[in-house]
Design a binder for this molecule. Structure first.
Ligand code: HEC
Length: 105
């Protein structure tokens, strides 16, 4: 009985310690920096000539291709995608790519 309580307490501690670290790399959190151009739902911005993340061509892009765009920036329109290499960690970029995938559903 005592052993079980110790295990339960240790698991609770592990969860409470893990939560803040997870929140820091939450894709939804990182995406707040992107909303101004890509929209809260990833629908893009017609006036800025930014396509929706749901555009079939963007859905088809690999995670590696999306990661490269996020790191290096670019774009052919009047507004350029800023380069986030050095501004976001690899974990944050991975998290935000995962979040973009949820916006594509
Ligand atoms: C200043 C405006 C701006 C901000 C801020 C911005 N982007 Fe972009 N992003 C663009 C533009 C412009 C493109 C090129 C879009 C196009 O060609 O349709 C682009 C393209 C992309 C693409 C490639 C898919 C596509 O539509 O071709 C991804 C993925 C992306 N952005 C993710 C992000 C993420 C993640 C963030 C935040 C960390 C972010 N963007 C912030 C403007 C922005």
């Amino acid at each position: 009985m005592k052993f079980n309580l110790t295990v339960a307490a240790a698991s609770l501690l592990a969860v409470s310690l893990a939560t803040p670290a997870f929140a820091q790399t939450s894709g939804a959190d990182v995406y707040k920096k992107c909303q101004g151009c890509h929209g809260a739902t990833g629908a893009g911005n017609a006036g800025m000539k930014i396509a929706s993340f749901k555009t079939p061509a963007v859905v088809k892009e690999s995670d590696a291709a999306l990661t490269a765009t996020i790191k290096n920036g670019g774009g052919a329109g009047p507004i350029k995608m800023p380069a986030y290499a050095g501004k976001l960690s690899d974990d944050q970029i991975k998290a935000v790519v995962g979040y973009i995938r949820t916006l594509q559903k």
